[in-house]
Design a protein around this ligand. Structure first.
Ligand code: DAH
Length: 332
């Protein structure tokens, strides 16, 4: 009986050890553990025979059984560690990253210098409480000239300046037309900033383009003064150029403002004209149904190209439209 049990244990140990050595996966190993060492496993079954042994044989066979159990458990642990290791090795090999491989080139886009100039100006005015507005590039005579108090014989209407369309409409010559369109649909108080493309029949050269960009501002309220206009323009110019550039106001004339002024900044030792502005002419307010006895306003308009040229020290306006990547890549 004793011999028989002892043999059974030896055979069980051998079989189990072979099976464990041959296990290919951690799942297989778990199956073997259940099969041999589990509650209803082979070892338990063999030990079921212990009861039939004499009391003095029992401890010896029990001790052998424990040795078999410990040996198998240790084999299982060992094999498990081996399999996990192999799994990690395989994963490392499969997922190896060769840091010396050339990367994939993903060119990154960036804003055109004119776009970033316009955005910079808009940010400043939005910070001052202005709302961004826009209007159409094809305009009627009414919005581009008439409602802006521009008499029929004004030089700005000259065929040489304006691109007329066959139907008698035109490409807007300035963004001042947005003033009228906005006021027609809103009640004061209001403050708007309107960027946009404008068109002039100009001969293209280093400082003139037939298509360019303007930014217009308009404020209408009950007690606005020329001092408010001056303060706004000064704050804007200082914010925009990030510098205490000397600024001067010169009297000027625009049909839609009275009084009117042009503003120069001192840049590289020269006075450079950067914008036109003034107090909104009462006739303009009247044309949109505002009572000039109650309301008044100020307005200004400036060229985005001119600002971008000063900001980035660019010598020729045509560079903005040349689509030359060597030029464009210089700007963030
Ligand atoms: N519209 C003018 C131009 O294109 C610029 C301008 C001047 C706009 C005075 C204004 C202003 O709003 O008040 O030259």
């Amino acid at each position: 009986m004793t011999i028989e049990l002892e043999t059974q244990l030896t055979v069980l140990q051998q079989q189990a050890q072979q099976a464990i050595a041959a296990a290919a996966t951690i799942d297989d190993l778990e199956q073997l553990r259940i099969q041999y060492l589990g509650k209803k496993g082979s070892l338990s079954q063999v030990l079921g025979g212990l009861g039939r042994l004499t009391p003095h044989e029992r401890p010896r066979i029990g001790a052998i059984a424990n040795q078999v159990k410990d040996a198998l458990q240790s084999d299982l642990d060992h094999k498990r560690a081996q399999l996990i290791n192999a799994q990690i090795q395989g994963q490392l090999e499969a997922e190896t990253l060769d840091v010396t491989m050339p990367g994939t080139y993903c060119p990154q886009g960036r804003s055109h210098p004119l776009t970033s100039t316009i955005d910079r100006a808009l940010d400043i005015f939005v910070g001052l409480g202005y709302t961004v507005a826009d209007g159409p590039e094809m305009e009627t005579d009414y919005y581009n000239f008439e409602a802006l108090n521009t008499p029929i014989d004004h030089p700005a209407r000259d065929m040489q300046d304006t691109f007329y369309l066959p139907d008698g409409n035109m490409l807007r010559t300035h963004t001042s037309s947005v003033q009228i369109r906005y006021m027609e649909n809103h009640e004061p108080p209001l403050r708007i900033v309107a960027p946009g493309r404008v068109y002039r029949r100009d001969t293209v050269d280093a400082t003139h383009a037939a298509v360019f960009h303007q930014i217009e501002i308009l404020a209408v309220d009950e007690d606005l003064t020329f001092t408010d206009l001056k303060g706004t323009i000064k704050v804007f110019l200082q914010e925009f150029f990030g510098d205490d550039l000397p600024v001067r106001f010169r009297t000027s004339y625009f049909p839609f403002t009275e009084p009117s002024a042009e503003v120069d900044v001192q840049w590289q030792g020269r006075w450079l004209e950067v914008l036109g502005c003034g107090m909104v002419d009462p006739n303009v307010l009247r044309s949109v149904g505002y009572d000039p006895e109650i309301y008044n306003g100020f307005a200004a308009g400036f060229g985005a190209e001119r600002f971008a040229m000063v900001l980035h020290e660019i010598d020729d306006v045509r560079r903005f439209y040349g689509n030359d990547l060597r030029f464009l890549r210089q700007f963030q």
